[in-house]
Design a protein around this ligand. Structure first.
Ligand code: ATP
Ligand code: MG
Length: 242
């Protein structure tokens, strides 16, 4: 589904990603761990194609097609979706109108109901939303888009215990957790610090990013346990010794 090859990405004058390699198969959901400022959001934003993230070298292949030079909207149309860590507020645009722009055939009422978000349809997107409400707003938009590959940048940060369950259910729907693994065709990647969301959705593989590179990959719960026990560097030294 997604293949990242020898990717170097800069923002401003800073080279943030250095030689990132990553493969996510069809039907798989992966997790990305790593300390603050290490480049996790940069990786997702580069895959989404946000222009200020400059690919200095390397390739992003999606469903066999090289998308490295494609615009953001071309990538979205191919089926790449993203829930942003800190999305902007969209002044003058109501959430229910955005849903229709994303997908004219979307069942707005049922999507809003699913995220317990009925009262937000007439509000401007993310404007004045609380931290947890913004996270649900992002899920509403993804449920309208139904992307083939979904990127979730800290979907659990700042979300209360009842709403995290709703977000987990939305992720399960987007990544087809209701059908057998072999039949799944949709994939995803989730960034999380504490792994709370992993209690509500099953993931296949996890990666640890340190200083702009993926330095270790393995079983999500094993990696999370090791990070909690020995920190990021200790986790890598223990699970992926060089
Ligand atoms: N315009 C910019 N100019 C210089 N450095 C930048 C710019 N934008 C981002 N950075 C830096 O790039 C690095 C990677 O940021 P990124 O948002 O990818 O980190 P992250 O791993 O997602 O961290 P967090 O866990 O805190 O969300 C940070 O050190 C950040 O300050
Ligand atoms: Mg981030």
């Amino acid at each position: 589904m997604l293949e990242i090859k020898d990717l170097f990405v800069s923002i401003g004058a800073k080279m943030v990603l250095r030689n990132v390699n990553l493969r996510i198969g069809s039907g798989e959901t992966h997790v990305l761990f790593g300390p603050n400022g290490t480049g996790k959001t940069t990786l997702l934003n580069a895959i989404a194609g946000i222009p200020r993230y400059i690919v200095e070298s390397g390739n992003i292949i999606f469903k066999g097609e090289d998308i490295t030079q494609m615009t953001m909207d071309e990538r979205a149309r191919l089926g790449i979706g993203m829930a942003f860590q800190r999305p902007p507020a969209l002044r003058g645009l109501k959430l229910k109108d955005l849903i229709k722009i994303i997908n004219p055939n979307a069942d707005t009422v049922s999507i809003l109901n699913k995220m317990d978000f009925q009262q937000f349809g007439d509000r401007e997107v993310n404007r004045g939303f609380s931290g947890g409400e913004v996270k649900r707003s992002e899920m509403v938009q993804l449920l309208a888009q139904q992307p083939g590959f979904v990127m979730l940048d800290e979907p659990d940060s700042g979300v209360d215990l009842e709403n995290i369950k709703l977000i987990g259910e939305a992720i399960n729907q987007l990544t087809q957790k209701n059908i057998r693994p072999k039949q799944r065709t949709k994939s995803g990647i989730i960034i999380t610090h504490f792994g709370h969301i992993l209690e509500y959705t099953k993931t296949d593989r996890a990666h640890v990013m340190l200083d702009g590179s993926i330095v270790c990959s393995g079983n999500p719960s094993e990696i999370l346990d090791q990070i909690k026990k020995s920190g990021y560097e200790g986790c890598v030294a223990c699970l992926c010794p060089t």
